[in-house]
Structures are given as structure tokens and as C-alpha cells.
Write a protein of this length. Structure first.
Length: 295
């Protein structure tokens, strides 16, 4: 079952994180940057809940290694474990002040290629760290002009990520929260929609950093229950304003009230929500929210 698989993946992630913290007890070598996500993951395992945590566990691994001229270089690996890890690869970005942008791009794509070839479906954080320890220093001296065209093209265009978050809340009635959702989205140039009532649905789309800022503000408010049901990320080469606009499925952020029925007039008409999503080319999201086919 899905629950079993989630459980198993969560257990593997926790045992791997435990291993890392016992091997690298010092904060400067290994540090979990999102304690809440880790607590949620542990909770999921201990209570055998099918609940997927609301955010991925993120951590930093710092690696010191010798460079050819015998001095030490430090590389920092910013890591995140997707919920499906280890059936999917971890997300790792290696950085160092000694690397130029193009050297960093090349190093990261080589690391990813190494992991793809050697670790499908098994824990690989330690191997990734070993690879960085053994190979990263060599990238400091690489001459960018000798790289393949693709790597050097990438250096001219900062890669921007466009994100769409689908947020689920047990209910959204509170006027102030509804105002916050709309005001914050405006302030952060996000579009999407908010469907108040029970359940409450919020979709925001725009620059990844803006979506993350929006989520961190929203989740700090008091909720009976709120989580990210689904997240879409698209990398945009050279992601200028026009590229971002092209990705949007919603022109602005508006509150959508579908004809409510029932005593409190609070339950939204889910059929109308389904048709609204279908119009926007997002019908598959409906199933993620409600676990049933629409229509």
C-alpha cells in the first residue's frame, strides 16, 4: 500500500539521518536546518500515520578536503530529501567560495550523474558526501572554456524556478486570514486562488522564493490543520518576467466562492471546483486533494 511505502521511506530517511548525526556529531559538519520537518517525519513513523509531512527534511553537510596546493577547501552540501527518497534521488547543491558559477554547475551535474548511475532506490547520502570529498577539489582548477557548451550556456543565465503550491486546510472561514492570503500573495507577486470554507484550498504560483515565503507566513498562523498537498517546480533557463508569466495558470490571486449549500452554507460545491480546475488545466489536482475522480 501507499502507506506502507511511505512508512518504509520515512524509516529509511530517519535511520540515515541518525547515522549521519552519529558520524558527524558537530554542528559545523552536519546540521539539520528544518527541525520541524524532521519532527513531522519522526511523528509519521512513530504513529504509523499515512500523513505525508508538510515539508522535506533539509540539512547541510560540510566537507573539508585538501586541494592540490596542500591547503584546505571547504564545500557545503545543501541537501533535501524528497518524501519518496530513496526511491528518488536526494536534492543536493554543492557550493564553495572557491568555485566559479560555471565550475559549480559542472560539479553539481556530475554529482547528479554519478548518483543516477549508481544509486537507484537506495540511500546514498554518505556516498554523495564521499564523492564530493574525493572529487570536488578538482573542479576548482577546471577551465570553464573547456566545458561542453551546455554548461557554459547555463552560466550566462541564472536558473530561476517557477513554483506552484497547492495548500489544503481543514477549513478557512476567518476574515483576517482570508485578507492575509490575498494581501501577501499581492505583495509577493503570486497568482492563484483561495477557496474559503471547509475544506479550504489555496493555490499560489510564482517565483519559488516567493512561494516559500508565502508558505512560511501562512503556516505560522493558527490552523486546525494545514499542509502542502502538492508542489510543482519548473526550472526556467534565464527565467525573466516573461518566462514566469508564461508558466502561470491563473492571472491574479482571487477568492473563489463556489455556491455553498448545507446549513452553514460553508461547504463548497466541489463539482464547481472540479470544473474550475479543469478549465485551468489542473483537473488532476482534484484527485490529490480529495482522493476521488472528479466529474
Amino acid at each position: 500500500t501507499v502507506e506502507m511505502a511511505n512508512q518504509e521511506e520515512a524509516e529509511i530517511q530517519i535511520s540515515e539521518l541518525d547515522l549521519l548525526s552519529s558520524m558527524f556529531p558537530y554542528e559545523e559538519e552536519f546540521a539539520v536546518t528544518d527541525q520541524l520537518a524532521l519532527a513531522e517525519l519522526k511523528h509519521c513513523v512513530e504513529n504509523e500515520s499515512a500523513e505525508v509531512p508538510s515539508s522535506k527534511v533539509q540539512f547541510i553537510l560540510n566537507v573539508k578536503t585538501e586541494v592540490p596546493n596542500a591547503s584546505m577547501a571547504e564545500f557545503s552540501m545543501a541537501c533535501a530529501l524528497p518524501f519518496k527518497y530513496p526511491t528518488v534521488l536526494p536534492e543536493i547543491t554543492v557550493r564553495s567560495s572557491l568555485l566559479s558559477r560555471s565550475q559549480q554547475i559542472l560539479l553539481n551535474s556530475d554529482l547528479k550523474a554519478y548518483l543516477m548511475q549508481n544509486f537507484s532506490g537506495e540511500p546514498c547520502m554518505l556516498s554523495a558526501r564521499e564523492w564530493v570529498k574525493d572529487h570536488a577539489a578538482a573542479y576548482i582548477d577546471k577551465d570553464p572554456s573547456s566545458f561542453s557548451m551546455t554548461a557554459s550556456d547555463a552560466t550566462h543565465s541564472e536558473v530561476t524556478t517557477f513554483t506552484r503550491l497547492w495548500i489544503y486546510s481543514h477549513h478557512i472561514y476567518n476574515k483576517q486570514k482570508r485578507k492575509n492570503i490575498i494581501d501577501w500573495a499581492k505583495e509577493l507577486s503570486l497568482s492563484g486562488f483561495c477557496m474559503p470554507g471547509k475544506p479550504g484550498v489555496v493555490c499560489v504560483e510564482g517565483l519559488q522564493s516567493s512561494c516559500e515565503e508565502f508558505w512560511s507566513r501562512i503556516r505560522r498562523l493558527t490552523w486546525k490543520r494545514i499542509l502542502i498537498r502538492h508542489r510543482e517546480d519548473v526550472s526556467l533557463e534565464g527565467g525573466g518576467h516573461a518566462e514566469i508569466q508564461k508558466q502561470r495558470k491563473f492571472p491574479t490571486l482571487e477568492e473563489k466562492c463556489f455556491d455553498a449549500h448545507g446549513a452553514r452554507r460553508s461547504h463548497m460545491d466541489l463539482g464547481q471546483l472540479y470544473h474550475f480546475l479543469e478549465e485551468k488545466g489542473c483537473a488532476d489536482i482534484f484527485q490529490m486533494y480529495f482522493g476521488v475522480e472528479g466529474h
